[in-house]
Each structure stands twice: as structure tokens, then as C-alpha cells.
Design a binder for this molecule. Structure first.
Ligand code: 5AD
Ligand code: SF4
Length: 464
């Protein structure tokens, strides 16, 4: 961005401005928030957690379910008061709504919350400095929710250093699948893959800055089809193999995937790339073929079972996580039983389950045979009880295993370290702070509902 006017008061000697970014939703939004902070840093914005001292507040929103988008409006109500109080003290506040609610409900936001200064969709973050300048010149509300032809990745500055040994890297955005219930194709636009070179360069930089684990992100990450320097198109399996060659990059993950895009090469990569962690989030949504068809998922339950079997053949210790929706329009008690049966057969280490929430503009929202709320509640409860039991069983089964964990920081108690297992479980153990940022060899000793305890393999670390 060469022609962007820098707002006044941001020269190197000027007092720092404060920026508060609140993030809802998926890891993609977490990544985007970090990039927005990177874009605004050269304008003098430093982070704060306190709305009262924030010169600019960005709400990076999620539209996936109704609850998530309603929270934005209640937050905006509170921010209106803060903005008034700051104005009374002679301080201006820029309020921005970003993310998928901004994309989907831009006009409604400006109508319902006229104190919002700017509304910007996920593809326009590279234009933030220009928008801030326009607002600073009191140009009124600014709305940017187009899907621009230029690529935001070409215009954003390089990502800042990762906060710890885990870094997120967006390789793909958008979705062309149009599941009946989902807003993503409307809010994030068509599928787009970043070129291979740009992904590899960002990964190398992240590793040079201390990342040991890189998690590749995309709404449909395994549909990745990035252009390579040789002019060919690489799939995700090929990309993972190339990333695994980067010295110092010890762990790779990717999310979120679609069962239909688990191609042969990607499945094989799970067996052949040791850096690829034995944990995969693979949403299936339902175990009933009737509901899967109504959801426009483009596959049957059998395909999901087959993909899981092949993944387990390739990587016997792989653990699976998934997403489920109960109460999609037309779902019967028998359909729900089919979902329960699939869960029992597959066995999940972790899962997220939701009551179907009609999203305006999506095909399912207007469909007949909406499932009564009480029925959705009952189905969600039975499914969650089963999934909780499976998670507890998986965690219990891990006790006694020796494994490498990635140490992300200190734990809650003195001398305690916090880490992640290969299966993404949080784990705590006693050890020296010098281990933070790297891998440690531990024995898993106890399972709790959402985490594990471990002991450090002292011999291994004494020898090192
Ligand atoms: N209602 C309920 N859950 C939904 N999800 C997406 N859209 C909806 C909706 N309208 C869930 C899906 C998806 C996860 C991110 O959110 O399970 O995989
Ligand atoms: Fe939404 Fe995922 Fe379906 Fe795309 S594949 S429409 S992101 S649920």
C-alpha cells in the first residue's frame, strides 16, 4: 500500500495510541486479528486490553451461529457508553467491526449502531490504514465489505513474530461447498489458495522467529490447490511434505478439513511425514445419509468411515476430532440415532457439537420441517454425553504413554509448565522454565476432564 495517507499524530515522536482487538470464532479470525494489529502498528497503535484507554477498538466477529453474532451487538452497546465517556474527556475513539458479521450484516450494523466508524469484511484488512485515515479525517462511517480482486496477502505486511512456539499460517480462504446451513461461502467468498512460495517463505520466517509448530489454517484447508514455482498446482499433502523439510519446523497441523477433500496423497502424508501430528479435525456434521444429503455435504457416512479407516492404517496412533450439528431441518429421531451410531463406531478424542441455528440467507434457514427447540436440546444432550465419555476414555488411554510435548509457557502453579501433547491435549508438568519454547520428553501420568498431568523424563533432559 504505497498511497495510503498516514493519519496525523502518528509521527515517531507522537504519543502511542492504544488498540483493543476482540476476537470471536475460529482460528482464522485469531490469525486475522494478529495481522490487523501488524497493519496498525506502523500507525502508532500498541495493544491494550482496557476499552477505556483504547483509541481504537476492533471487534473481529463470527457469524457462524446466531449466538455469536448477537454478542457483537451487545458489545457494541457497551462500547457506545465508553466512546461517550472518552469523548467527554476530549478523547476520540474509533470503533471498527471486522470479520464475518461485518461481511454479512454491514448495512444492519451501521443502521443499528451508528456510533460504529467502520465496517470491514475479512478480505479488506490490508485497507485498514487508509480507512483509519479516512475516519480520522471525520469522513463518516466507512464500509468495506467487497471481495476485492487484489489479494489481501499481497498487501498485508509480513506477520509479526509468533507469541510462542506455536504459529498459525493461513494458506487457504473461502469455500465453494455451500453446505445448506453455513454462512462461510457468503461471508468469506470463493475458495482461494495462497501460492506455495509465499506459504513456504512465511513458514521459514515463523520458524526463524521461534515457531516450532505451524498450524495451517483455511476454512477448507484440505481443498488447498496452490500454484507452485514449477507452474504446477500443489495439493495440501505436497505442501505439508515441503514444509516438513524446513529445518527447525518440528510439528505440523492443519484445520479445518472436509471429508471429500481427503485425497490419497494427503492420507499417505499422515503415514510418511513424521512432523505431521497424529491428530485431525475432520467435521462430519451428521451420521445420517438423508441429513448429509439435505446438508449438501456431497458425501455419505460411509465415505467418512472409509477415510477414517485409511487414516488409521496410515498412522495407527491418529486421534480424530469432529463437528456435529443436531436438529438440521428434517432431521428425525432415526437420523439422530444414525449419528450416535457413527460416533460409537468411529470413536472421537474430541468433538464440537451444536444445535442447528438458522442463518439468514442460507438454504436451510427457509427449509420446512424445522426441528423444535426442545427436541434439539434433547439430541444435543445425548450426543454430548457420548462425546464427553469418548474424550474421557481417550485421555485415560493416554496415561502411561511417553511422548514429546511442545512447551508453550508456565502453568498455574509455581514451577509448573504448560504444554501440548501430539494429540493437542493441554498437559502440565513440573520442569525448568528453560524448556519453554521447545519440545520436552514426558510420561503422561493422569487424565483430567480437559487436560493431562505428566512427569518430565529427567534422564532424557539430563543427557541433553
Ligand atoms: N448452526 C449450527 N452449527 C453450525 N455450524 C456451522 N453453521 C452452523 C449453523 N447454522 C457448525 C458446523 C461447523 C462449525 C464450525 O460450526 O458444525 O463445522
Ligand atoms: Fe461451511 Fe465447511 Fe460447508 Fe464450507 S464446507 S459451507 S465452510 S461447513
Amino acid at each position: 500500500m504505497t498511497d495510503c495517507p498516514i493519519p496525523s499524530g502518528t509521527s515517531p515522536g507522537a504519543p502511542r495510541k492504544r488498540l483493543l482487538i476482540r476476537t470471536w470464532g475460529c482460528q482464522m479470525n485469531v490469525y486475522d486479528s494478529a495481522r490487523m494489529a501488524d497493519v496498525l502498528a506502523p500507525l502508532g497503535y500498541a495493544p491494550t486490553e482496557d476499552p477505556a484507554e483504547a483509541d481504537m477498538v476492533v471487534l473481529n466477529t463470527c457469524h457462524i451461529r446466531e449466538k455469536a453474532s448477537e454478542k457483537v451487538f451487545s458489545d457494541l452497546g457497551r462500547l457506545r457508553e465508553t466512546k461517550k465517556e472518552r469523548a467527554a474527556a476530549g478523547k476520540a475513539t474509533i470503533i471498527a467491526v471486522a470479520g464475518c458479521v461485518a461481511q454479512a450484516e454491514g448495512a444492519e450494523i451501521t443502521a443499528r449502531a451508528p456510533w460504529v466508524d467502520m465496517v470491514l469484511g475479512p478480505q479488506t484488512y490490508h485497507r485498514l490504514p487508509e480507512m483509519v485515515a479516512r475516519v480520522a479525517r471525520a469522513a463518516g462511517q466507512v464500509i468495506e465489505t467487497d471481495f476485492p480482486a487484489d489479494d489481501k496477502f499481497d498487501h498485508l505486511p509480513e506477520a509479526g513474530a509468533p507469541q510462542g512456539p506455536v504459529a498459525f499460517l493461513t494458506v487457504q480462504e473461502g469455500c465453494d461447498k455451500f453446505c445448506s446451513f453455513c454462512v462461510v461461502p457468503y461471508t468469506r467468498g470463493a475458495e482461494f489458495s495462497r501460492p506455495v512460495q509465499s506459504v513456504l517463505a512465511e513458514a521459514r520466517r515463523l520458524v526463524a522467529q521461534g515457531a516450532r509448530e505451524v498450524a495451517l489454517l483455511g476454512q477448507n484447508v484440505n481443498a488447498y490447490h496452490g500454484e507452485a514455482p514449477d507452474g504446477r498446482v500443489w495439493g495440501l499433502g505436497r505442501l505439508l511434505r515441503a514444509l516438513a523439510e524446513i529445518p527447525g519446523l518440528e510439528r505440523l497441523r492443519y484445520a479445518t478439513s472436509h471429508p471429500r477433500d481427503m485425497d490419497d496423497d494427503l492420507i499417505a502424508a499422515h503415514g510418511e511425514v513424521p512432523a505431521l501430528m497424529p491428530f485431525l479435525h475432520l467435521p462430519v456434521q451428521s451420521g445420517s445419509d438423508r441429513v448429509l444429503a439435505a446438508m449438501n455435504r456431497g458425501h455419505k457416512a460411509e465415505l467418512f468411515r472409509r477415510v477414517v479407516d485409511r487414516l488409521r492404517e496410515a498412522r495407527p496412533d491418529i486421534a480424530l476430532s469432529s463437528d456435529f450439528i443436531v436438529g438440521h431441518p428434517g432431521e428425525t429421531a432415526a437420523d439422530h440415532d444414525a449419528t450416535m451410531k457413527l460416533v460409537e463406531e468411529v470413536g472421537f478424542a474430541l468433538a464440537y457439537s451444536f444445535k442447528y441455528s438458522p442463518r439468514p440467507g442460507t438454504p436451510a434457514a427457509g427449509a420446512p420441517l424445522q426441528v423444535p427447540e426442545a427436541e434439539k436440546d434433547a439430541r444435543l444432550q445425548s450426543l454430548q454425553a457420548l462425546l464427553r465419555a469418548q474424550q474421557a476414555a481417550f485421555n485415560a488411554d493416554c496415561v502411561g504413554r511417553d511422548c514429546d510435548v511442545l512447551v508453550t509457557g508456565t502453568g498455574r502453579h509455581a514451577g509448573q509448565l504448560a504444554a501440548r501433547t501430539p494429540w493437542l491435549q493441554p498437559v502440565h508438568f513440573t520442569g525448568p522454565a528453560s524448556l519453554i519454547g521447545g519440545l520436552a520428553r514426558v510420561r503422561l501420568t493422569a487424565a483430567h476432564p480437559n487436560s493431562l498431568s505428566a512427569t518430565l523424563d529427567v534422564q532424557e533432559h539430563a543427557a541433553a
